[in-house]
Structures are given as structure tokens and as C-alpha cells.
Design a protein around this ligand. Sequence first.
Ligand code: DQA
Length: 138
Amino acid sequence: MIKLIIINGPNLNLLGIRETEIYGHKSFDSYFENLSFKFPDSKLEFYQSNSEGKLIDKLHEVGFSYDGIILNAAAYTHTSLAIADAVKAIKTPVIEVHISNIFKREDLRHISLIAPYCSGNISGFGLKSYELAIRSFL
Ligand code: DQA
């Protein structure tokens, strides 16, 4: 059974409440429940942290044994060389995901420090971005 993990970065615990015009009205927990039903043949896990160090620890923990990582590093995408280095250091392929289309937004969101080390990028399909990433691993 293929083992995948979704890792969400800062402020994504507020999905459904935060800037709903950009990120929608659904909480990630209810979306994730749905996802697990949709992909019964894969072992799907979910982790969220607002802390850069904890995200790096999680990448190290799963990055040598899991089959795929779906990473929405949120604002750290644009700022964190440390998360970029972690993605580069691990063996498990990482797909970068964004709910919003980061290229339609402010210029500073057009830069992703982690993109060069990811096997692919999906941005702008709402929560469906995660599902597309999972499908690409299957
Ligand atoms: C985001 C886009 C980032 O620019 C932003 O900081 C986020 C969420 C997205 O999923 O669209 O927190 O990663």
C-alpha cells in the first residue's frame, strides 16, 4: 500500500475561517476525511504545524521511508531556505501544493524557494490541489 503524507504549514490550521474568499469555507479536517474515503488503497496521513522547525523535523522523519510527500509550506514557501534544504536532503519525492494560484497574487508569492527540489508543483485549484497531487503519486 502506497504511503503518502500531506504536510501543511503555518496558518493552514485556520482553513475554513481564514480569508475565505481566497481559501474557501471548508476546514482541512473535513476535507481530509473525504480524501481518505476517496483513496482507500493508499495510506494517507496528515500533519500540520505553524513552526518551521517542526515542519523540518517531520520532513526528516518521513522523508526516507514514505512513498510521497504533498507539501503546502504556506508562507514558508517564499522565505524558508531551511525547509528548501530539508526537501533537498530527503529521498522521498515531494510535490509542492498551493490552494490559491500563487502566480496571480503579490509578487513576493511568485517565488518558491522549495520548488527547485520538488518533483512537481500544483497551485490554484483550491483544496482540489491536494487531490491532484495524490493522483500524481498513484
Ligand atoms: C498558500 C499560498 C501562500 O502564499 C500563503 O502564504 C499561504 C497559503 C496556498 O495554499 O495558497 O498561507 O500556500
